[in-house]
Design a protein around this ligand. Sequence first.
Ligand code: NDP
Length: 404
Amino acid sequence: MAKVIIIGAGGVGSVVAHKCAQLPEVFSDITLASRTVSKCEAIAASVLEKTGTQIKTAQIDADDVPALSDYLAAQKPFMVINVALPYQDLTIMDACLATGVHYLDTANYEPLDTAKFEYHWQWAYQDKFEQAGLTALLGSGFDPGATNVFTTYLKKHFFDTIESLDIIDVNGGNHGYAFATNFNPEINIREITADCRHYEDGEVVTTPAMSESREFTCPEGVGTYNIYRLYHEELESLNKNFPELKKLQFWMSFGDSYLKHLEVLQNVGMTGIEPVEFQGQQIVPIQFLAKLLPDPSTLGPRTKGKTCIGCLVKGTKDGAPKTYYCYQICDHEACFEEVGSQAISYTTGVPAMIGAKMLIEKQWLKPGVFNMEQNNPDPFMADMNQYGLPWQVIELDADFSLES
Ligand code: NDP
């Protein structure tokens, strides 16, 4: 039984609030706090209607460390589930340290003025969290999150050594808009337009954004999609924690309409992160663009189709080459029916709830800053099956490769 404070009332925050409220025996006291309190109140009303649980709401600016620290000191929660934006990670970690509160997030820190997701800012908190006897669990969404746990699970149960990892994120959903992002538009577009980085023999290899693509057929009839290689933050921690991996890549599916719009927006400068002066005002193009695009939390009722996200791992077992694929398929409409959100928010929010449950139940509670793959994968995988994200492991031909 634990008191938790969820910070961030967007698409993901809404799913976390609904899923935590479904488990009152674990999450006995839930507060949803965010910058715009009316969004928290609307989510709280939905949570009450769907689960019968009354959650509390609060207005908080997570960029303001003293105010957030005062709030946490007064509330004394067991932990904060941070599903605000990556820009808030360090301020929330500071406030947690100041008040003796455990911490969890779903995306690594990124400074507002540099589009570069990297873990070193948060890994630098290792000694502080260890000395304070507190846990910080980083990247407990789907990717990062479930994908890190899938990798550890495959290594633990199917391989002696692993040699290559391809994380494949397919969204076969259709929301009917010519261009919209499935989670925060600013974060999403910064991620996709950044240079691609992958790892080979421990080294970072940089290539132009979206310059490599493959065709990939998902299992269970989800379909065949064009997937594009891009940089994703879990590659950095997985490369560090699995030094035996010779090659790590991340792939994501995009439709033709999305790519066409993105290319034009990039060409005209609308994805820029540097402020420009317009009619006497400083405007950041990508922030203005985000304002024009559909709010991802409103895509739920319009989105049909499925996501299929998984890890393709090659390695050896008992001296023989092996290839296994661990994946999870999620139906957008079923997610909307359950919690009022599409599958991208759902597949992020459920692992955030499960990660919090791992800390509350002391399965993963240990002092320091941890990525997901540094924990025993088994209880997390069991909970994914139980709480809405059932997964499969299949063996593929040993010589199956995305390279072919
Ligand atoms: P949204 O933009 O929908 O929601 C973000 C929320 O954070 C909003 O309610 C916003 O408030 C709030 N917020 C922003 N700044 C502050 C602040 N200073 N203080 C308090 N609250 C603040 O984002 P999503 O729900 O789509 O995504 C949430 C997080 O999940 C992001 O970090 C994203 O990168 C991550 N994510 C992770 C994935 C994974 O698989 N690991 C996948 C998808 C997303 P306001 O309403 O006032 O703007």
